[in-house]
Design a protein around this ligand. Structure first.
Ligand code: NAG
Ligand code: NAG
Length: 157
């Protein structure tokens, strides 16, 4: 009886460990983008119909709240103000409004902003929260299955 109880406790503990990291709390006015280590993601600035874009400046917010300009889209051009930054060759312009981040590493997780300047002069900012997880969804699900099995064990023996 005690053994079963202990196993049950252990199972519950393991389950909470297994579920950790899958419970992201979304913040309003931000779009969450999910990626996995080694994969790539697209950040797309939303442009209202009829608006002409003059420029898009892409920023990454560092841990200490300083802001790194990582890319600039101007008419037909892709600029990298500091090609030696932590993103190196991992940034691309997917189309006029979309930035692609390749070969993701966990440290890419964080807040990105697209500072869009319209030809009319307005310059709204769009915010993305990138979450790079270490494992793919399939592996997460497999882990969950193993956890559930461990929890069920005391009842099977
Ligand atoms: C990203 O993951 C969170 C939970 O991990 C989920 O709520 C959200 O819908 C996902 N977003 C996208 C765009 O897949
Ligand atoms: C750019 O690519 C994104 C993501 O694939 C897509 O949603 C968007 O419609 C594209 N925009 C243009 C102007 O092609």
């Amino acid at each position: 009886m005690l053994r079963r109880l202990l196993l049950l406790l252990l199972g519950t503990l393991l389950l909470s460990v297994c579920l950790d990291g899958t419970s992201g709390i979304p913040v309003p006015d931000e779009r969450q983008v999910n990626g996995t280590v080694g994969g790539s993601v697209l950040l797309t600035a939303l442009i209202p119909p009829g608006k002409a874009v003059a420029e898009i400046e892409w920023n990454f917010q560092l841990q200490d709240d300083t802001v790194l300009v990582i890319a600039e889209f101007t008419k037909g051009n892709f600029g990298r103000p500091d090609p030696g930054d932590r993103f190196q060759q991992r940034l691309e312009r997917a189309n006029e409004t979309t930035l692609r981040l390749k070969n993701l590493v966990k440290e890419d997780s964080g807040v990105y902003t697209a500072h869009v300047t319209f030809e009319s002069g307005e310059a709204p900012t769009q915010t993305f929260r990138l979450v790079v997880s270490g494992t793919s969804k399939a592996i997460e699900q497999w882990n969950l299955l193993v956890c559930l099995f461990i929890i069920a064990m005391p009842f099977l023996t």
